[in-house]
Design a protein around this ligand. Structure first.
Ligand code: ACO
Length: 402
């Protein structure tokens, strides 16, 4: 039993909330989330409406600056970003040094952090608002180039340079799927699908990676290093890495004969570490509204592209079985954003290992907005407490006597 009096003597009064299940770390005006009702809004606009009507760049502007841009504002935003899509040629040298099979998330975290070496003005915590703005714009611009180069490297193909006349998402797709810098042939279906997916991933209040960005940034650490830390946090399969894990799981089920009940039972078995990837969420105790939109988009996009993917049928069967099983019903475990997103990424032509990188590309404006809000609010340095449960008052033992 825990001796409360002893703990109090050692630690003072401390609220213990492992995993921060019910601890608010900040006030924020960016994203609203009601997990019981399954509601998600960015700056007061419903995710359903934004995913239907907006572009990713408009949503990025909305998250970072607080309101939807008018035509002049979005044109200027696009123009500023386009001017900063090129990556320093010296950076390419150490990019070339990564083993071609190294995981794209490891490359992404390293490359984003290294931007702080190329743009040392970002290190100044007292930079003016305009200077900070430029640091953010550079990151938004260079991220698309870095992500597409990581993809090209995985194929052993030459990189494609950005084309400033293209909009943000089309330019990214061009650098990723284009064969030559001058040729641009990107299907509108693909552009629209990519916009939708990126919008759905753009922010999600104080999740693991966003809290990481804020806590790293709270020490006055620069934007690039803070976001690199967020990318690392996103990598794990319990967070953004779940989108890769879902497809790997669905493939495994398919190759195992497609017996969905067997895998649902495995997920329920407490002696088996297997979990249904893409199911459950810390905050949503109802349908993840993003999963609803993605599921519908998945059917539409695959039909438009004329693709039939057998893992989509397995995913739907899995969802149906799980949602009618008391284990999942009692624990309020529903499909989350990662459950269907990978099937779309795959239909668009992305390899599985790139999925979490695409999540990071989508989440970037949210991380930037949260970092900026934290700075503007002068939030204090993040420093959780602990309850010490280790040994006390031990005498040092010489090496020869241990
Ligand atoms: N499959 C089977 N059982 C599950 C699952 C799952 N996917 N998720 C939760 N459970 C069970 C737990 O075993 C636990 O059962 P118990 O009460 O009998 O012990 C109960 O449901 C509650 O789960 P916790 O792990 O306590 O919930 P927590 O909020 O800590 O975890 C998480 C949330 C990490 C998302 C979890 O549901 C999970 O591991 N899901 C699979 C991974 C995944 O899809 N991650 C992506 C999340 S969305 C995102 O980050 C973008």
């Amino acid at each position: 039993a825990i001796d409360i009096a002893k703990l109090r003597d050692q630690s003072g009064y401390v609220t213990l909330d492992s995993g921060f299940k019910n601890t608010g770390a900040t006030k924020s005006a960016i994203t609203f989330l009601d997990g019981e009702k399954g509601i998600l809004k960015y700056r007061g606009y419903s995710i359903e409406e934004l995913a239907e009507k907006s572009t990713f760049l408009e949503v990025a502007y909305l998250l970072i600056y607080g309101s939807l841009p008018n035509q002049a504002q979005i044109d200027n935003f696009q123009h500023q970003i386009s001017r900063h899509t090129l990556v320093h040629e010296d950076m390419k040298k150490f990019f070339d040094g990564f083993p071609s099979k190294s995981h794209p998330m490891g490359q992404l975290a390293s490359l984003v952090c290294s931007l702080s070496a190329f743009y040392p003005e970002s290190l100044d915590p007292h930079a003016t608002a305009e200077e900070m703005d430029l640091t953010m714009i550079k990151l938004l611009g260079k991220m698309t180039t870095i992500v597409s180069w990581i993809y090209k490297k995985s194929l052993g193909h030459p990189v494609i340079y950005p084309q400033n006349k293209l909009d943000y998402v089309t330019n990214f797709l061009h650098m990723t799927f284009g064969q030559r810098t001058e040729d641009v042939e990107i299907d509108d279906v693909v552009v629209n699908a990519m916009n939708k997916l990126l919008i759905l991933h753009a922010d999600h209040e104080q999740n693991c990676s966003t809290s990481t960005v804020r806590i790293v940034g709270s020490s006055d650490c620069n934007l690039y290093a803070s976001i690199s830390a967020g990318i690392s946090a996103l990598w794990g399969p319990l967070h953004g890495g779940a989108n890769q894990a879902v497809i790997e799981m669905l493939e495994k089920i398919k190759n195992d004969g497609g017996d969905v009940d067997k895998w649902v039972n495995k997920a329920k078995d407490k002696n088996d570490p297997f979990r249904l990837m893409g199911f459950g969420h810390r905050v949503y105790k109802n349908f993840d509204p993003r999963a609803k939109i993605i599921k519908k988009a998945c059917d539409e996009i695959l039909a438009k592209l004329g693709i039939s993917d057998p893992v989509l049928d397995i995913a739907k069967k899995l969802e149906e079985v799980a949602l009618n099983d008391p284990y999942f019903v009692d624990r309020k475990l529903y499909p989350n954003v990662d459950f269907y997103s990978g099937i779309i990424y795959r239909a668009l032509g992305f390899p599985t290992e790139m999925f979490t990188v695409l999540f990071a590309l989508g989440r970037l404006p949210g991380w930037i907005a949260q970092w900026k809000e934290m700075r503007e609010n002068n939030d204090p340095i993040g420093r959780p407490r602990q309850i010490y449960i280790g040994e006390n008052d031990r005498s040092y033992v010489e090496m020869s006597k241990r």
